[in-house]
Design a protein around this ligand. Structure first.
Ligand SMILES: Cc1ncc(COP(=O)(O)O)c(C=O)c1O
Length: 433
């Protein structure tokens, strides 16, 4: 009997017809966004990077994604245990396991009593807010807080109240007006690399009886003597109730984490929907994260090099006239204006072999799109120089002088960010001063 190859098989693939209300949503995307706003040029489809190009899209800050000892630990565990038990993490409450051992190890590293591993930073943030807030709870979020935190407020049915970016005085006014609740900030903001004034925020929260949640996704591993994060390194671990983190940044894995009390750990595993209704991490992922933590603790040179790279780029970009004053961490963003300007900047950078991550709505507001550079400690001096040379050479082409961010810098205007994250639109945000 003759067999048919896949290509010879007659195609019977058909989609069910779209009802009009779904078609309207898709049309909005293809017509209003792709055709009208982006001029038919997809904002995420630039040139494909080649091996000689410099890629600044990955959040592998400590250049660990190909570290042999981590890959070996993962491969060994995979061969020994396969995929392990495919089930919810809630079932891991009983007895000891490498999973539970690692939760304790990571918690202690961050100066916390206990902790919970989650499938991602997104699951950690949504699961946590769902478990600590309800319809009665005011949740105060910095306007630049990560989308997953806004989503958590939404899933809790809680009231989102925004406060101006990094503005502890505004936060205080908001809490005095709406009452004690949950305060939510990022330690380092993922869009522009700005660092949270944690001491001031914690002082407001502690004085006014609030719960504090700090997302340390962009400071865990990169900040602190051993990479323990900003909260612990500032001596605030006993004042912040919960720290969350994506382990898909400096930890170069696929997971999330929450620091908490031992009492809360058990409650979370039995109450949080992402913990109960979504399967947990696999054994080789835990083994990889365990090996990663050992390297993060001992390789201080990675953090030093990372911060040296950030300082070098920030100083030189600033000298070239780019407004990079908002941040001082390993994320550096150029702010060209609305989306067509971002596409123009993307093309100019990519022609010079520099690839950043375009950020646009819903990750930014409409007129403040960003080209984000995520730096890593593996960048060579030659690569850093090349980034600066390219950013220098494209200034006229991208009309740097006319960017709103450049005008703000020229007029010495305070770079304040007051408008809520577009993600906030989905919540019932109260942003009144
Ligand atoms: C601050 C912050 N929190 C949470 C997340 C979500 O992390 P993950 O990618 O692990 O879901 C991210 C990643 O985009 C982030 O930048």
């Amino acid at each position: 009997m003759q067999t048919r190859s896949a290509e010879q098989t007659p195609c019977t693939v058909m989609n069910a017809p779209e009802p009009q209300w779904l078609a309207r949503r898709l049309n909005h995307y293809y017509r209003d966004r792709v055709r009208d706003t982006w001029g038919g040029v997809h904002i995420l489809r630039g040139r494909i990077p080649q091996s000689s190009d410099i890629c600044l899209m990955s959040n592998d800050y400590l250049a660990l994604s190909k570290e042999p000892s981590i890959l070996e630990a993962q491969a060994r565990t995979l061969m020994e245990q396969g995929m392990g038990m495919l089930m919810s993490g809630s079932f891991l409450l009983n007895g000891s396991s490498p999973h539970r051992d690692f939760e304790m190890r990571l918690a202690r590293f961050m100066h916390a009593e206990d902790g919970v591993l989650c499938q991602s930073g997104y699951a950690a943030n949504t699961g946590l807010l769902q478990c600590i807030a309800d319809e009665q709870t005011p949740v105060y979020l910095d306007v630049l807080a990560h989308m997953s935190l806004w989503q958590g407020v939404r899933s809790a049915g809680a009231k989102a109240i925004s406060f101006y970016h990094n503005d502890a005085d505004h936060l205080q006014r908001q809490v005095l007006k709406y009452g004690p609740g949950v305060i939510v900030v990022d330690s380092v903001y993922s869009t522009n690399g700005s660092v949270c004034p944690l001491r001031d925020i914690v002082a407001v929260g502690s004085a006014l009886g609030c719960i504090l949640v700090v997302d340390e996704s962009h400071s865990l591993g990169t900040h602190g003597e051993q990479g323990e994060g900003l909260v612990a390194s500032l001596g605030l671990a006993d004042k912040v109730h919960f720290r969350t983190a994506s382990l898909a940044k400096a930890f170069a894995g696929r997971a999330g984490f929450i620091t908490c009390s031992a009492r809360f750990m058990e409650y979370f595993k039995c109450e949080s929907h992402p913990a109960i209704f979504s399967s947990t991490l696999l054994p080789h992922e835990i083994a990889g994260l365990d090996a990663t933590l050992s390297i993060i603790q001992k390789d201080a040179w990675r953090r030093e090099r990372l911060h040296a790279c950030s300082n070098y780029l920030r100083v030189h970009l600033n000298e070239l006239g780019y407004n990079v004053q908002a941040g001082n961490a390993q994320i550096i963003s150029l702010e060209p204006g609305p989306e067509p300007k971002l596409i123009q900047l993307r093309d100019a950078l990519e022609a010079g072999g520099v690839f950043g991550a375009p950020f646009f709505p819903p990750a930014t507001s409409k007129n403040r799109t960003l080209m984000r550079f995520s730096l890593n400690c593996g960048l060579s001096d030659g690569e850093l120089k090349r980034i600066i040379e390219v950013c220098d050479s494209i200034r006229d082409e991208v009309k740097l002088n006319e960017w709103p961010s450049t005008r703000r810098r020229r007029s010495d205007a305070v770079d304040a960010i007051h408008s809520p994250h577009p993600a906030a639109e989905a919540c019932k945000v109260t942003a009144a001063g």
